[in-house]
Design a protein around this ligand. Sequence first.
Ligand code: SF4
Length: 178
Amino acid sequence: MLKDSLEVLFGKHGFDDYRWIRADQIQVAHWVRFKCMFGCSSYGKKGTCPPQVPAVEECRTFFAEYKEAVLFHLEKAVEKPEDRVPWSREVSQRLIQLEREVFWSGYHKAFMLFMDECRFCATCAGSRESCVKKEDARPGPESLAVDVFATARSAGYPIEVLRHYDEIMNRYAILLVE
Ligand code: SF4
C-alpha cells in the first residue's frame, strides 16, 4: 500500500491527526449495541444507526475482512449542544469525499465510518430504504458496535467520559482500507 499518497489525500481534506492501526485493533463488543438500544435517543430514528445496521457478529466479520485502518482524531469543544450538529455535518462531508478519493486511487475496499451518526439532513428519514443520500451516508463506529474507548486507547489516543457539553470532545472516524 502506498501510504504516502493516501496521506497526501488525508492532508488535502484537512485531516492531519491520525494513526494507522491494524484492523484487529478495532474492538467490537455487544455492550456497545446495548448502549444504542437502551439509552440513546437516536435508536430507531436514524438511517445509519441500530436497528438499521447489521448484527454485532456481522459487524465483527466485516472488520475481519480488513488488515489495516486509519483512526482519525477530531478534537472539539462547543458552547451549546446544538453546535455539534453543523460541525459533525461539515466533518462528515470531508470524510465521505476522502473515502471517495481513496477509492478512486485504486483501494476498492475503502469504507469510512463517520465520527458520529449521519447528520446530513435536518431530519433523518430514519431508514436505509428511505435515506435521501444513500451514496454518502455512513454509520459511525458505535453504530457498528465498535468500542471506541478501547480502540482509541489501543492506538495511544485520549478518550474519556464527558459530563458537560463544553468539555473538549475526542471523536474518532475510521477509514478501512487495503
Ligand atoms: S443522509 Fe439524511 S436520511 Fe440518510 S441517514 Fe443521513 S441524515 Fe438520515
